[in-house]
Design a protein around this ligand. Sequence first.
Ligand code: KG4
Ligand code: ZN
Length: 337
Amino acid sequence: MRVLGIESSCDELAAAVLEPDGRTLRAQVIHSQEDLHAKYGGIVPEVASRDHVRRLDAVLAETLEHAGLAVSDVDGIAVTRGPGLIGSLMCGLEFAKGLALALERPLLGVHHLEGHLASVALEDAAPAPPFTALLVSGGHTLLVEVRGPTGPYRILGRSRDDAAGEAFDKTAKMLGLGYPGGARIDRWARKGREDAVPFPRLMDGRDGYDFSFSGLKTHVRRHVTAHGVLAEQELADFCASFQRCLVDALLDRAVPAARQTGRLVLVGGVAANSALRAGAVQRGRAHGLDVFLPSVRFCTDNAAMIARAGQLRLGRGQRSDLRLSATARWSLADLCP
Ligand code: KG4
Ligand code: ZN
């Protein structure tokens, strides 16, 4: 089934057309609102949803133009239903419902995190379930055992406080690097030394697979208070050391957790991080794991992954009712295969 995917759960608005083979991405347009929120130092939900409403028509038109298709050439519609910002979610969902009704095509409301998990299935070397996924985004940090193409999902570990992406973003803000900060810290870290600034090892996995990043944030705040705003080499060294600490904390849990399935998959925005990618390959392989990384463009929020997740369920005959409503909170563990 050729699927149109729509993603609007946060501050990105994206549409994509995925061919029936599940690999050929016919077109994708991603509109990022980074500039809109930068001056506030974080996402303003009302600003995000108003912009989505304004742009939905144009993003769809541009996607179809790139694909060389008419909207009626699409066989099914997949749209993010949750979790995320409720206003943002509603924009994409109601738009998709209107399309499904007008075109008489099946609709599927997708779990955003199932979308991230499906991002790896867009690639040729996709791993077959079962596999263990480290899902690291701006809102979530989860270790998940994926038992089949549409679940079930077993949560092995989660963050008790901040998400990994949030730790990156808050640190970047304290360092004066602006918002969103993950990719900026990644860039600065390339010029720095990982052992330049001492950081504590954040628990070593003996206490299970849960994560905690609040101590790391406190450490950053103390350093910034003591040293003021850092410049050039100091800043690069600090970013490299911080990033090493966070990446080690993620891999200290993900690598042992993945021994059960023998396959480790990294997904979510933070999976774009160069140190995390390199570390997962190196440490995973040293422990006999097969390691799978989606392309960087499929790690951060996109509509291709939503189309893929929806396609897997639509292909199994699953359909969403047009009375479907958006949901800000929705646990992956509650999803039926
Ligand atoms: O998955 P995503 O695009 O959106 C959510 O579902 O949250 O993840 C966004 C997060 C942000 O916190 C952003 O700073 C982080 O991913 N991120 C990175 C990198 N690129 C994006 N963090 C570290 N290194 C990167 N290269
Ligand atoms: Zn996401």
